[in-house]
Ligand binder design. Structure first.
Ligand code: ADP
Length: 250
C-alpha cells in the first residue's frame, strides 16, 4: 500500500481516538455536574419549602436566586450532554478494579434530596458483608447508575419506592434498580434501549427527557463486558438489572 495513505490512515485513527477521549471527558464531567447540581437543587428546594424551618424574606430571596441559577446550569449541562453524544465516546472505557458498593452508595446519596422532595422512598439494600470488586471504568459506571436511578425516580409517583440492590453471584455482581412506578408497556419493551426513544406515558409524566439515557447506559455496560435487561409491568413498576463480571482471586 502507498506509504502516504498508510500514514494518513494512522493519523486519522489517532485523531479519532483523541476526539473520542475528549468527548468522553465532556460526557462524564457533564453527567457528574448534572447530578451534583441536581442534588444541590433539591436541598435548596427543601430550604425554600421551609423543611428546615421558616426563612426570613432576605434568606428566601437569596436561596431562590441560587435555586434559579442552579436550574439554569442544569439546562445548560443537559444541552451539553445531548450535543456531545458520539458512538466513539461510548466505546472507550478505562477499566480499573472498582468497589461497586461504594460507587452505588455515592450515587444513592446524590439522589436522596430529589427523592425526598418528590415523596419517593429511595432505599439502598447494601450487602451485609463485603462483595467482590469488578473491573470497570468507575466514572462511566457512575453514569449507568445515575441514569437508572434518575429514571426510577422520574417515572414513579409520590409514595413510590425505589430499591437499589447489589448481590454477588457465582461469576458476577448483579445490581438492580427496582421501582414501583408507571411501568413499561409490552409493545414498547423492544425499543426501550433505542436512541431517542421515549414512551407516550413517560412524556406525560415528565416532558423533559432526551431518550438517550438508556441507549448510553446499554453501550457502557456492554463495553464493560456486562449485561443489562429489565422486567416491567404497567402500573406496577420496573426493575433494571446490570450484571458485571466479578474479579476472582483464584
Ligand atoms: P429519558 O428518560 O430521557 O426519556 P431514557 O433513555 O433514560 O430517556 O429512557 C427511555 C425511555 O424508557 C423513557 O422515556 C421511558 O419511556 C422509559 N423508561 C426508562 N426507565 C423507566 C422506568 N424506570 N420506568 C418506566 N419507564 C422507563
Amino acid at each position: 500500500m502507498n506509504p502516504e495513505i498508510t500514514r494518513l490512515e494512522e493519523e486519522n485513527t489517532k485523531l479519532k481516538e483523541q476526539n473520542a477521549m475528549k468527548g468522553d471527558l465532556i460526557s462524564i464531567t457533564a453527567h457528574q455536574l448534572r447530578t451534583s447540581l441536581s442534588a444541590m437543587k433539591w436541598i435548596l428546594k427543601m430550604f425554600l419549602d421551609g423543611d428546615f424551618g421558616t426563612l426570613t424574606s432576605e434568606q428566601q430571596n437569596f436561596i431562590q436566586k441560587a435555586f434559579d441559577s442552579d436550574e439554569r446550569m442544569i439546562r445548560l449541562v443537559n444541552e451539553m450532554l445531548s450535543i456531545n453524544h458520539s458512538e466513539e465516546t461510548l466505546n472507550t472505557v478505562h477499566p480499573i478494579p472498582t468497589d461497586i458498593v461504594k460507587l452505588l452508595d455515592e450515587v444513592y446519596f446524590d439522589f436522596t434530596g430529589e427523592s425526598f422532595k418528590k415523596g419517593i422512598e429511595l432505599i439502598f439494600l447494601k450487602p451485609t458483608s463485603p462483595i467482590a470488586s469488578v473491573t470497570v471504568d468507575p466514572e462511566k459506571m457512575r453514569v449507568v447508575f445515575q441514569n437508572l436511578i434518575e429514571n426510577a425516580i422520574k417515572y414513579s409517583n409520590k409514595g413510590g419506592r425505589v430499591f437499589i440492590n447489589a448481590t454477588e453471584k457465582e461469576d458476577s455482581i448483579e445490581i438492580s434498580v427496582r421501582d414501583t412506578g408507571i411501568g413499561i408497556a409490552n409493545e414498547d419493551k423492544e425499543n426501550i434501549f433505542g436512541k431517542f426513544f421515549r414512551t407516550e406515558n413517560a412524556k406525560k409524566q415528565d416532558s423533559i427527557g432526551s431518550g438517550l439515557g438508556l441507549f448510553t447506559t446499554k453501550k457502557i455496560v456492554e463495553t464493560s463486558h456486562g449485561k443489562i435487561w429489565f422486567e416491567s409491568t404497567v402500573g406496577e413498576g420496573t426493575t433494571f438489572y446490570v450484571e458485571l463480571p466479578k474479579i476472582t482471586n483464584a
